[in-house]
Design a protein around this ligand. Sequence first.
Ligand SMILES: [Mn+2]
Length: 403
Amino acid sequence: MPLSRVSLRSFLSTAKSKLNNAAKHQSPVTFVIGNESADLDSICSTVCLAYLRTYSPFSRNETFYIPLSNLPRRDLALRPELTPVLSHANLKPSDLITLSDLTNYPKAISPPLTRWLLVDHNSLQGELGSIYGSRVVGCIDHHEEEHKIPWDCGPEPRIVEEAGSCSSLVLEYCKPTWTELGKNRSEEARQWNAELARLAIAPVLADTANLMYDSKTTTWDKKAVRYLEGWIMAGEGGEEYSNDAYFKEIAEAKEDVGGLSLRDIWRKDYKQWEERIGNLGVSAVVKDMAFLIEKAGSKEKMLETVKKWGHERGLSLVAIMTTSHPGGDFKRELLLWGLDSKGVEAAKKFAADGEKELRLEKWGEGELDMEGKNEWRRCWWQNKVESSRKQVAPLLRTSLTSS
Ligand SMILES: [Mn+2]
């Protein structure tokens, strides 16, 4: 018998108590978990997939999927864009389930009792990965295939496809479920659909710049927006909804990082890869170098915080990728710093190979560049603006493993 549907808010509060019970009694539990950068896409995709899987009318069992945001609770404050999105879904950041809700983290529940469904990544990283990596039962993702998940996932999805947002792939997979649930046209059900759709559409709009970002937007994203706006408009006050206004609201909230410290800005949208030779960390930042320098007080002070961050994370290679849109032009900058001999070698290799591929151009007069014995640093304008971290990080990883 499928479980009967409730609002998103009740779903999350039930999930929280299910999780506590499972930890207390060491009973079986199924998680849906996003990636470690825990951005809007990861968080919204996780909640939507867990919700629709749990209440699927096609479900033959009563599996409850617990949506886990892959970050400690205090880091929710680093995602200012979450607040407006969640509020349209009648949720607050405190309703989300985070790593801080796992008692005795990371060894919360004995691995054989757990099943993990990954969204927005296809390899469980970090401490969770080393403990629960073998318990992954499926994924829906739009990153490079890491060949970590079994090809046959039985009743769970195993989807790795190109799309602007992972949420579009989640929606495509769940569409039959949602359409079936949507046959209930009660006022309450229509409101729940509108709230869920607000959550699902937010990362699609944010990651494709309201479908205007040609090199990122795929058919999945366009189809998702068309489907989701239908549910939003059918909800209360839906006549007034516009994708454009919602996108602007999210984009403005996302860029509101003035209140954060530089260390928080580095760790806000951060990914780390641990290679045999050394660690690579890449921060994506929604403001340009000029903003960061101004915020720090000087170039030296800004660089000092980058170095400190790299050391804190034990990195051989640290990179800061910025985005900005002065006068409406979309721009990218890339700061790359080799912090030890391996990192220096890799950074030089990346510069030699990547300069042409990413159309890198010296930033300013090269005043952020540096060549030391065990350190090497470059800052560029990245003129191939369509390459985000998703494309740049694999190049950095290759230079680290092949140097
Ligand atoms: Mn994503």
